[in-house]
Design a protein around this ligand. Structure first.
Ligand code: TYM
Length: 337
């Protein structure tokens, strides 16, 4: 069986360290072991939260450049914008018709995003996981590398694949597997170790942006919340120290080490010392990414070439799957003249 990765990021603003360590870094390590890889800039998903959907053009450019700058080879993988492949929304409609409301009512992200104002939330936000299932299943993806917060959505995509296969009695869809990185599946806010690092946090000091310069990186780490205890010898002692655990996990992920390795190396040291080591590692890791990202953003021809190549390929695969789907639903084939 051919293996295939599909994953994506919403172009809703600046890309942060959570997106990098939770998703893209894992994509880069998985592409060597999987046959096909498609990485989508999910611009239609961004429309579900109006406050994030400003300047989709610039943000799509940014995410495209970030994929490449972080190590995705645009000539070996396919990078494309969701809105350049209309099959995503068509397939989402067919899935809407086999997805019980009860399944959507369980989605925690909808509850978090809609908050207390559920009656005013838009239909797109509610149906979001169905469109995400279409993103994944259209390409018969076998692996979906995401952060922890998206696991429930990938599991729903499995259920929708099963429901559709069962409804049509045609075995069209493969059940995709969510794949999480070993220790950065949930990078936490630098200001509150119990909250996820996110684009929507009002404090810029809560997150590291991939475009932050060296001074900003140093300042954000200096200001990151910690405690006054020294670093313990093993990760077990970090259970009640979420901020300390988060900084150590970030260091470990950047170095390809385990949290236990880092505890052993820094055992007994205070966070003042550890923070300067973390700043050095961050700068060393992010500076080349930032430089490449900045160069790519200035090269519109290359950006268009990457997105055109991705869209051509994605549309060709999507057309095959949609053909099978329409047939399985017994829709009248469009007569050719
Ligand atoms: P989005 O745009 O919120 O985030 C993109 C990716 O980054 C991961 N991520 C994190 N990982 C660890 N720690 C964090 N603090 C953190 N913040 C974000 C997310 O888990 C995600 O992997 N619904 C998706 C986008 C999407 C998608 C898809 C993903 C749409 N269609 C198909 C995979 C396959 C989302 O909103 O991700």
């Amino acid at each position: 069986m051919t293996t295939c990765i599909l994953s994506g990021i919403r172009p809703t603003g600046n890309i942060h360290l959570g997106n990098y360590l939770g998703a893209i870094q894992n994509w880069v390590s998985l592409v060597n072991t999987i046959d096909e890889h498609l990485f989508c800039i999910v611009d239609q998903h961004a429309l579900t939260t109006a406050e994030d959907a400003h300047d989709l053009y610039e943000h799509t450019r940014l995410i495209t450049a970030a994929y490449v700058a972080c190590g995705i080879d645009p000539n070996k993988s396919y990078i494309f914008a969701q809105s350049h492949v209309p099959a995503h929304t068509e397939l989402a409609w067919y899935f809407n018709c086999v997805t019980p409301l009860g399944w959507l009512n369980r989605m925690t992200q909808f509850k978090d995003k809609a908050g207390k104002n559920k009656e005013q939330a838009n239909l797109g936000l509610y149906a979001y996981p169905v469109l995400m299932a279409a993103d994944i299943l259209l390409y018969k993806a076998t692996h979906v590398p995401v952060g922890d917060d998206q696991k429930q959505h990938v599991e729903l995509a499995r259920d929708i694949a099963g429901a559709f296969n069962n409804y049509t009695k045609a075995d069209i869809f493969t059940l995709p597997l969510p794949v999480m990185p070993p220790q950065s599946a949930r990078v936490m806010s630098l200001r509150d170790g119990t909250k996820k690092m996110s684009k929507s946090d009002i404090s810029d000091y809560s997150r590291i942006h991939l475009l932050d310069d060296d001074d900003a990186l140093a300042l954000k780490i200096r200001k990151a919340k910690t405690d006054s205890d020294p670093i313990p010898s093993t990760s077990d002692s970090l259970i009640d120290r979420p901020e300390a655990k988060n900084l150590i996990a970030i260091y470990a992920s950047l170095c390809g080490a385990s949290v236990n390795d880092v505890c052993r190396d820094f055992e007994g040291q205070l966070f003042s010392t550890f923070k300067s080591a973390l700043t050095d590692v961050l700068i060393e890791h992010l500076r080349p990414i930032r430089d490449k990202l900045t160069r790519l953003l200035a090269d519109q021809t290359e950006m268009d070439r990457i997105l055109a190549r991705g869209a051509d390929y994605a549309n060709s695969i999507a057309a095959e799957t949609l053909g099978d789907v329409r047939k399985s639903l017994n829709l009248y084939p469009r007569p050719m003249r």
